[in-house]
Design a protein around this ligand. Structure first.
Ligand code: AMP
Length: 573
């Protein structure tokens, strides 16, 4: 574990990706196969391979308690160390460096075995005891990285894609072959073993670990929607929660965009999803749904953030899973097939499913626009529904505008315009999928600092400074005086108090974790913020619990909007 930790330090010490990959490849090559395989999993920031359902269930507060016992330090010392770094692992290093063993006695294989013991232990007390025993044997540097693995983030600028690259380099295999095997297996350690044996082509798909989601780029007008490709498939842009469904007839799992398992939030969906006649991975959106149409996102929101979903809630806010893509069917991964073919595969998957009904979708004038098939366990009164998303075509910007209006009239957010020739690109945002939305533009930003409000908001942190990404850096672009409900503000106040990095009294710099979607009237040049830009009249549209800081918009996007409005309204800015 000493070499693993020292390698992490070396990787953190360089900003260059090629150098990070070289250091990691060297390490992997020099370990035994077993050690290298376990380390690869740890380097991807997890205690166990992605496909396994095993979890440690050791949270921040449990670690905090263990550290308090181990160091014998009071809470204020822990808080101070935590504020210096905003990371529990780094804080632990500061606190343990004087008291932890100086020499290492742990190796990665033993650590993995202890992680499995912790995962199996029942109850927080038993888990805390085992965690404390493990940390007590670690040097301060090892403890730093053990804690980072437990919390799920190494924060050394090493994404799983770089671990894949290092494996390719270490064992002289093509990067693409390593990537594909890892995607199929959901196990970077197993992938390493295959790479080392030069048998990557033997990797077979394992269901029930999430693949990356394909993302869309915004367009502002119907004309622009036609600018990038010839033949477009048009779908409504549903305003719900993106979900990837893995189904094998018996077992069903739903994963969110952040790759978390969200099956428990929608207890009525596994039953209809078990109706497919073969193992499939589907991509779609979970929506609040009534009759033949989607309900606003605010309805769906009533169901979110709850541990248990009661039958009463399931009845008052029914949901549907609207499927628009297929990633795996017919015993193979189909992401490399063009959308045109995937559409046909999806039709087949639906037509062969057990218990099917047909529903008709009409435009506001009553014209039949699509016949969609719905698979449910019970035809009537069934709670969860699975719907094949209607596909439409537009051959001119005028037709697209008409579809946009119809989509909005159906209660949807706008349109998705997709290149029928494009493959499914997991985890990538490209121009093969375009989104045309209601607002001129909204940005997903991360809250970096908070202040107490005034008047009835005097006691709560309600003024948010927010940032976009600029490479690895975050740069502020504005400040919003909330648009959230009192309950949301109260919940966030509590969160911000616990995740303050620098406390300046009335103002607190906070961990950049809370993502909000902001609407605004214009982008201005400004030296008030370190980005050089400021949003005019920003207002928070909603919290984006489904996004992470890596998903937020970039400074380049802000500049693009700035340029566009300059062309549209030359006097602005
Ligand atoms: P945004 O969340 O604004 O970045 O827009 C992208 C999101 O639109 C995706 O992540 C999906 O959750 C959602 N979406 C809604 N309808 C569709 C659709 N028909 N195809 C693809 N994505 C969709």
């Amino acid at each position: 574990m000493h070499l693993f930790s020292a390698t992490c330090e070396a990787i953190a010490g360089t900003g260059k990706k090629t150098e990070k990959v070289r250091i990691l490849a060297d390490y992997l090559r020099r370990r035994t196969l077993d050690e290298a395989a376990v380390s690869a999993v740890f380097f991807s920031g997890r205690p166990f391979p992605a496909w396994e359902e095993t979890t440690l269930q050791v949270g921040g507060s449990l670690l905090w308690q263990v550290l308090r016992e181990l160091t014998g330090k009071p809470d204020v010392a822990l808080t101070a160390a935590y504020r210096r770094h905003g990371d529990l692992g780094s804080a632990a290093y500061d606190l343990l460096v004087a008291v932890a063993p100086a020499a290492s006695t742990l190796n990665v294989i033993a650590v993995e075995a202890r992680f499995r013991d912790i995962a199996q232990a029942r109850g927080p007390a038993a888990k805390a005891k085992l965690t404390a025993e493990l940390l007590a044997r670690a040097t301060a540097l090892e403890a730093k990285y053990l804690i980072k693995i437990v919390t799920g983030e190494l924060r050394i600028g090493l994404k799983e894609s770089l671990v894949e690259e290092a494996i390719a380099k270490a064992f002289e295999e093509p990067h693409a072959a390593v990537q594909r095997a890892d995607m199929l297996l959901g196990d970077i350690g197993e992938t390493l073993r295959l790479a080392a044996a030069h048998r990557l082509s033997e990797a077979r798909m394992r269901l029930f670990h999430p693949l990356g989601f394909m993302l869309a780029s915004p367009v502002e007008t119907a004309e622009e929607g036609f600018a990038y490709f010839q033949l477009a498939q048009v779908e409504d842009k549903y305003d719900g929660i993106r979900a990837q469904a893995h189904c094998d007839g018996k077992r069903v799992r739903l994963f969110s965009r952040t790759l978390d398992d969200i099956t428990e939030s929608f207890p009525e969906l596994p039953e209809p999803l078990a109706n497919f006649a073969e193992p499939v991975i589907l991509d779609g959106e979970v929506l609040a749904w009534s009759g033949e149409r989607a309900l606003p996102f605010s309805e769906l929101q009533k169901r979110l953030g709850r541990k248990k979903v009661s039958p009463a809630l399931m009845r008052s806010v029914p949901v549907a899973y609207v499927v628009f893509d297929v990633l795996y069917a017919g015993g193979e991964l189909v992401i490399d097939r063009p959308l045109r073919e995937r559409g046909a595969i999806l039709d087949r998957v639906f037509s062969e499913a057990h218990s099917l009904r047909t529903t008709r979708l009409r435009d506001p004038q009553g014209k039949l626009v699509f016949e969609a098939e719905i698979g449910t366990a019970e035809p009537d009164g069934a709670l969860g529904q699975v719907i094949r998303a209607p596909r439409l075509v537009a051959e001119s910007p005028a037709e697209l505008d008409a579809l946009f209006a119809a989509a909005q009239a159906r209660g949807n957010e706008g349109l998705m315009i997709k290149d029928v020739e494009s493959p499914y690109a997991p985890g990538r945002r490209g121009r093969s999928w375009l989104k045309l939305k209601r607002e001129l533009a909204t940005l997903d930003v991360v809250v970096t600092a908070v202040e107490y409000g005034h008047g009835k908001r005097a006691g709560v942190l309600s003024d948010y400074t927010f940032a976009v990404r600029n490479g690895e850096e975050l740069v502020n672009v504005g400040k919003a005086y909330s648009g959230l409900t009192d309950a949301e503000i109260a919940e966030l106040t509590d969160w911000f108090l616990r995740h303050t990095v620098v406390d300046q009294g009335f103002r607190r710099e906070v961990e950049p974790t809370i993502i909000v979607e902001v609407a605004f009237n214009a982008v201005m040049r400004s030296d008030r913020h370190n980005s050089g830009y400021a949003l005019r009249f920003p207002r928070i549209v909603r919290l984006r619990w489904d996004k992470r800081v890596g998903d937020i918009d970039t400074l380049a996007r802000v500049k693009e909007i700035y340029q566009q409005q300059k062309t549209a309204y030359p006097s602005a800015g």
